[in-house]
Design a protein around this ligand. Structure first.
Ligand SMILES: C[S@@+](CC[C@H](N)C(=O)[O-])C[C@H]1O[C@@H](n2cnc3c(N)ncnc32)[C@H](O)[C@@H]1O
Length: 221
């Protein structure tokens, strides 16, 4: 069953916090910088972008990671198409996403907001095919017939949102990863690293973003 949208509170009137999970959607030390540091650099992007490159994400939230990735793809001037697939159980309302994304005035976001939906939807725009699959990722990922070159593992903190870090789900992440594909996540929690390693990734613990001493990243072996 698709979850109903849990209420949101706001830090400084601009950073959304899930009242259900008691955690913010992105770092209070800079959402855009966190995306670049953790998810793009952690997956060796933009350097690996090529035609048909596929990013997949657990936890779509505000769409910030998607928008920053699309911008990086365009800046890299790759001839071809970027695919971005994100899995989300509790879709924000458009007004909530709009309010959060207002903090990032340089990002081109209208194409996403114009097509925002609480149901699974795709946005095809300027060499990008982006799809948001609504439902519990533990179920929808199993049913997904795609494979990613790079994964953004962006659930709320593992202690608050354990369902998005379950061993079986991370096994399916590995199954849905292309040969030599990668993942990156802001957390370096021991259980997450172990489960990713057991799933087939060579996992590295590296310096983290903001106040986080460590994050982790890895390559499918
Ligand atoms: C930290 S936020 C993601 C932030 C997002 N990447 C962004 O750019 O704004 C975590 C997201 O995981 C989603 N989530 C939590 N449990 C889930 C589940 N079982 N399946 C799919 N999504 C889930 C939450 O609703 C939330 O949107």
């Amino acid at each position: 069953m698709i979850g109903t949208q849990p209420p949101i509170s706001w830090i400084d009137n601009r950073i959304p916090v899930s009242c259900k999970f008691n955690d913010s959607y992105y770092s209070i030390y800079g959402g855009l910088e966190e995306t670049n540091f953790v998810f793009l650099s952690g997956n060796n992007l933009p350097g690996r972008f090529n035609d048909g490159f596929h990013i997949a994400e657990l936890g779509f939230g505000t769409g910030l990671n998607m928008l920053v990735s699309i911008e990086a793809f365009h800046k890299a001037n790759i001839k071809g198409t970027l695919h971005y697939t994100s899995f989300e159980k509790y879709p924000l309302e458009k007004s909530q996403a709009e309010r959060a994304l207002k903090s990032f005035p340089t990002l081109n976001k209208n194409f996403l907001l114009d097509q925002w939906s609480q149901k699974t939807f795709s946005v095809i725009s300027d060499r990008v095919i982006a799809t948001v699959i609504i439902g519990d990722a533990r179920k929808t990922l199993k049913e997904w017939d795609g494979k990613a070159d790079a994964w953004f593992l962006d659930g709320f903190s593992p202690s608050k949102n354990p369902e998005l870090w379950e061993p079986n789900l991370l096994k399916n992440v590995a199954i849905k990863t292309k040969k030599k594909g990668t993942f990156a996540t802001y957390t370096a929690a021991g259980a997450v690293r172990r489960n990713l390693s057991d799933s087939g990734f060579l996992v590295e613990k590296v310096a983290g973003f903001g106040r986080k001493r460590h994050m982790c990243k890895g390559t499918l072996i």
